[in-house]
Design a protein around this ligand. Structure first.
Ligand SMILES: Cc1ncc(C[n+]2csc(CCOP(=O)(O)OP(=O)(O)O)c2C)c(N)n1
Ligand SMILES: [Mg+2]
Length: 394
């Protein structure tokens, strides 16, 4: 979508009477910030639990760009799943169903903001301008990520649940110590994690440190209702966003299947952080439509009717309904986007199949910027081991 200052406005924090909040919030749920209903109707504004009023005002081009992003990241993700099924990737963690949470928050980042992802943030990676082939190299086992975190302001994927929230907190402390907050050009940091990760010590320790040091950090929790097979009720007795209050910073629950609300809430939280107002927690309420990874079979632990209920809240369908209803896009536009997505996924597949296998010894590269004696010794040992096979049939 178009870069530059986007059409999001948020009112100041003010106490909202409950009746007003309920009237302005979506779907009769006063806890959920929503600007686009599942039927594709625009909600003029929504008020968060601390009285912040969220609204967006995009151009038609920007609305269409959001739709294009959503369709593209879903199609590329489906292609990756297919590649795994055909033995071309070792594993894939699909984002299916979480496109709006990722595109909305990803587009809300300003160029100077730093993101710390899990292993599922392919949509955010796409919004950061990273070649979507990069995570496929990782899951094919031919490289260790491939992109430069500093160039794209998007850190490496993290498999260790919750660990990246500590990295993000430390990074954000550095941003504050370097005096890079306090104005419109200030830097903010965003840490992505899942509902299951909220039970990790790392995440709770990050909450404490971020709070007491008032760091410029947005905790972005994609509550996709499951941690592999463990449902949300095994993680918490209260809505996750309310945990923030106990740590001393604001929390808000946004409809994670609504790209507009995900954008508005994230942009507001990032701007608060960059202005020195400290951390906040966003709970993007969404649903993992697919398996946890390609190694998982969700039919073992959840019923089909639950999946069907969430299909009715599909993030792409509601955006398409909105564009159609408002006559912002027609069938020609939708067909053109589908064709672009098809062509990009074919291109992705061709490039994955052409990826060279790396020399095994290169696994020692990039561990430290300037190497280390221990690592040099390990590399030498490994090289001797590999050389011992030379000339043999196996
Ligand atoms: C520290 C740690 N413990 C356990 C695992 C195994 N594991 C991988 S994904 C996962 C579930 C994570 O669930 P959630 O945080 O909700 O993220 P989601 O996969 O749903 O996006 C677990 C337990 C791990 N990778 N790291
Ligand atoms: Mg989860």
């Amino acid at each position: 979508m178009a870069k530059g200052d986007p059409g999001v406005t948020t009112g100041g924090r003010r106490a909202a009477p409950r009746s007003k909040r309920a009237a302005k919030s979506a779907a009769g749920d006063p806890e959920l910030v929503q600007l686009l209903t599942p039927a594709g109707e625009r909600v003029e504004s929504a008020i968060g639990p601390d009285g912040t009023e969220y609204r967006v005002d995009f151009t038609d081009d920007e609305y269409r760009a959001f739709y294009r992003d959503l369709v593209l990241v879903r199609k590329l993700d489906a292609e990756a799943t297919a590649l795994q099924r055909q033995g071309e990737l070792g594993l894939w963690a699909s984002l299916l169903g979480q496109e709006a949470a990722q595109v909305g928050s990803g587009r809300a980042l300003r160029s100077q903001d730093m993101a710390f992802p899990t292993y599922r943030e392919h949509g955010v990676l796409y919004c950061r301008g990273i070649d979507p082939i990069m995570p496929l190299g990782l899951f094919r086992g031919v490289d260790q990520g491939g992109w430069d975190p500093n160039e794209f302001k998007f850190n490496m994927y993290t498999i260790v649940i919750g660990a990246q929230t500590l990295h993000a907190t430390g990074y954000a402390m550095g941003v504050a110590m370097d005096g890079k907050t306090g104005g419109d050009d200030g830097e903010a940091v965003i840490a992505y994690f899942g509902d299951g990760a909220t039970s990790q010590g790392d995440v709770n320790e990050s909450f404490v440190w971020a709070s007491v040091f008032n760091v410029p950090l947005v905790f972005f929790c994609q509550n996709n209702q499951y941690a592999i097979s463990e449902p949300l009720e095994r993680q918490t007795r209260v809505p996750l966003y309310r945990r923030a209050g106990g740590f001393g910073f604001p929390g808000v629950r946004v409809d994670g299947n609504d790209v507009l609300a995900s954008y508005a809430v994230t942009r507001h939280a990032l701007d608060s952080a960059r202005h020195g107002q400290g951390p906040s927690l966003i709970e993007a309420y969404t649903y993992r439509m697919g398996a946890h990874t390609t190694s998982d079979d969700p039919t073992r632990y959840r019923i089909a009717s639950e999946v069907e209920a969430w299909q009715a809240k599909d993030p792409i369908a509601r955006m398409r309904a909105f564009l159609t209803r408002q006559q912002i896009a027609d069938d020609g536009f939708f067909a053109e986007v589908d064709e672009q997505a098809r062509a990009e996924s074919v291109h992705l597949r061709e490039r994955v199949l052409a990826m060279p296998d790396p020399e095994p010894v290169t696994m020692f590269d990039h561990v430290y910027p300037n190497g280390s004696p221990e690592l040099d010794e390990q590399r030498a040992q490994f090289s001797r081991y590999m050389e011992s096979f030379e000339g043999s049939a196996h």
